[in-house]
Design a protein around this ligand. Sequence first.
Ligand code: URA
Length: 432
Amino acid sequence: MNFVDIIEKKKNRLELSEEEINYWIEEYCKDNIPDYQVSALLMAITINGMSDLETFYLTKAMTNSGDTLDFEGIEGIKVDKHSTGGVGDKTSIALMPILATCGVKVAKMSGRGLGYCGGTVDKLESIPGMNVFLSKEDLTKQVNEIGIAMMGQTSNLCPADKKIYALRDVTSTVGSNPLIVSSIMSKKLACNDDVIVLDVKYGSGAFMPTVEDATKLAESMISIGKYFGKNICACISSMEEVLGRAVGNALEVKEAIDTLHGKGPEDFTELVLESGSLLLSQAGLYSKEEALKKMKENIDNGKAAELLKTMIRYQGGDERVVDDTSLLPEAEYITEIRAERDGYIVKMPASMIGLMSMELGAGRVNKDDIIDPSVGIVLNKKVGSYVKKGEVIAFIHHNRELSEAFMEKAHKMAKIQDEKVNPVELIEKIVY
Ligand code: URA
């Protein structure tokens, strides 16, 4: 097979065969096709798209490019929730322990953050001592004993995605639907869970700018999941503003713990309960109403927080953080950002706050950057709030001196006006 012919075919909008796609993925993983040729193909795909069948073949080839987990030794219904990425998205840390107290099994593999979207693994690592590298045997044993384990992706999970994603990042081909679908779904399918709920984000802090774009992406991921026989659905949720109030690794863990104690921010608690009850009803264990009741019950009776504690202990971390969040890393300084006038907050773009938090050291610009777990931003007000001049809008947690340019941005992060606006609707719809 000649790779130039494959590029040529896609350039001319022709459908690639399964053999051609397998050849691309297998040979690229063996370093037999150079990056510049794969870059050309990625650009042709970005411009001309892929059919559902091509996307299915690509997802399958990427899934099979490395290890797949069979979870053979794990009894019960295995579930996963996947977010397409957002600012302040600590959902998994609060949601997964609640789900595991409701009778499903959680063997969750999460990614690290790149850019302003934080990764669950980085957040978990802000818990002192927490080990996010588990062997397959330890993972299986832990899930069988306590119902839950949360860890990083093994190094050989979908190696094709690792190589292709790195190339997409530098060739302006990240925003292509079939490439996003195959990238996300190959990793989900390699983990072999029974039930998957996707949280597809739209808005200023997400890949997808509009509800329509997010819905299209969700439909494509669902259709690929169904091709593989998965029980899968998606909620479409807003990333116009930060989810909850905290952005930054330890700050987000604290907020997830507060939520497990029933004291989380309203919007974040809503997303946890809605996506969780959707997942439990998809799993066929409860109706949506029963699932909601059960989840709330296990928050109120302390079972969910207790399970997070047990999971942290099993993974070598300091479980006391669940009862005393001051044991999490804390920044040396907290600077308050105050409102410059009276009025309603009409905008606080998630992307801007994500970028500012990254600048403080909470995120990575390059994949080898070391992050500071203690820094970030905690919002004291959300979109729709009325503020008086001088009231605190946000707290900046930092270890380095804040530059003038940073402070200028911080003072502009909330747009305040006289007219009232309605807060952003968090969950737009569910797609099956
Ligand atoms: N997350 C992924 O893992 N891959 C993408 O392409 C986009 C988001």
